[in-house]
Design a protein around this ligand. Structure first.
Ligand code: SF4
Length: 354
């Protein structure tokens, strides 16, 4: 195995090929071949992960950027990710990283214990495995999550949720929160635009909620592809029926990128209409993203409608929660983790460390 590689955990051999089981794609690799994500490779008949301890993107972000609105609002989060992704989204908003090869990019040497040390020294309350998808570097993300929790930091995944069962079990037991992309609500959308499948994503979302990971969902609305009222209604109904009304749902605006340059930006009215549909279907906390919209960025009490947390962009403008968990007017408990003991940094800052 090459000096920059490390043996991966999730694989077996079938018909002379190494089969990666980190995600449902199950890439079968002949000697020297890479998987679809280009982060995992058959080296000498064993599966190597090429990115362990070597993130290609490291930055401090406001946690609202993930987006997480009900988890430690107003704090900063150390965010790390590698190049490469296990989905093939034609609309990828981050394609310069997801379609890149990790060994062609600058990387920081950052073993798991150093992730925790760096987050602490940067004053972050949490660490996110993000940017492309932690599934492709799941061994590293899991070990870093363990080290971060030991250091008193919260752990977050920002992910498409397209992950193998064994890898999911190992990683998610060390996660406190996740923002999971629900990219559309039909198998057709996933097949044609993400080269993946919807069913395993829904399974992961249910798994995460059931196992106590605080989940928020994000759907990027792409004009003409996944923004139909029926699809949004079906997604919202599924959320309420399978997860309950308290899982926050974000609808965010698409901008033309990667292979969908001919599709226009998402109009603001599409996002507002989606939010209205989800609220009408019983999702209690629905937000709009990539759009300045006071109403769509505010947390309102589901009990009495009182505006509780006001935001502008990625900054928290006010937080009126009482006792870090309830509405001061009607006493309704607001779902989330709002503990002010977490270190609070000036929201809105972002600086790259790599
Ligand atoms: S994680 Fe990468 S190599 Fe493994 S199955 Fe998924 S796409 Fe293939």
């Amino acid at each position: 195995m090459s000096s920059s590689a490390r043996e991966a955990k999730y694989w077996h051999v079938d018909k002379g090929r190494v089969v990666c089981t980190a995600c449902p794609r199950h890439c079968a690799m002949a000697e020297g071949q890479n998987g679809f994500c280009f982060v995992r490779k058959n080296e000498g008949g064993r599966l190597a992960t090429l990115a362990y301890g070597q993130p290609n993107a490291v930055a401090v972000d406001p946690i609202e950027k993930k987006p997480l609105f009900h988890f430690l609002p107003g704090t900063t989060i150390l965010s790390i990710g590698t190049a490469g992704c296990n989905l093939g989204c034609r609309f990828c908003q981050n394609w310069d990283l997801s379609r890149a090869r990790s060994n062609h990019m600058r990387a920081m040497s950052l073993p798991p214990s150093e992730v925790a040390r760096l987050a602490t020294s940067e004053g972050c309350a949490s660490v996110a495995f993000t940017y492309s998808d932690p599934t492709v570097f799941v061994e590293y993300a899991t070990d870093a999550a363990i080290a971060c929790r030991e250091a008193g930091l919260a752990t977050v995944a920002v992910t498409a949720g397209y992950i193998g069962k064994e890898a999911r079990e190992d990683l998610y037991r060390h996660l406190d929160a996740a923002n999971i992309d629900l990219k559309g609500f039909t198998e057709d959308f996933y097949a044609k635009l993400s080269l993946a499948h919807l069913a395993p994503v829904l399974e992961t979302i249910e798994y995460a909620v059931k196992h106590g990971v605080f989940v928020e969902l994000t759907t990027l609305l792409i004009p003409g592809h996944n923004d139909g009222e029926d699809e949004i209604r079906a997604e919202s109904k599924w959320v309420v029926e399978h997860l309950g009304p308290d899982v926050p749902l974000h609808f965010s605006a698409f901008h033309p990128a990667y292979q969908l340059l001919n599709v226009p930006r998402t109009p603001p009215q599409t996002l507002r209409r989606a939010r209205a549909i989800a609220l009408a279907e019983g999702v209690r906390y629905v937000y709009v993203g990539n759009l300045v919209d006071e109403e769509g960025e505010t947390t309102y009490c589901h009990g009495c409608g009182e505006p509780l947390i006001g935001r502008e962009g990625f900054a928290v403008r006010h937080n009126l929660l009482a006792g870090n968990d309830h509405c001061p007017k009607c006493q309704a408990i607001i779902p989330g983790v709002f503990d002010a003991r977490a270190r609070t940094a000036s929201a809105g800052i972002r600086h790259g460390l790599l």
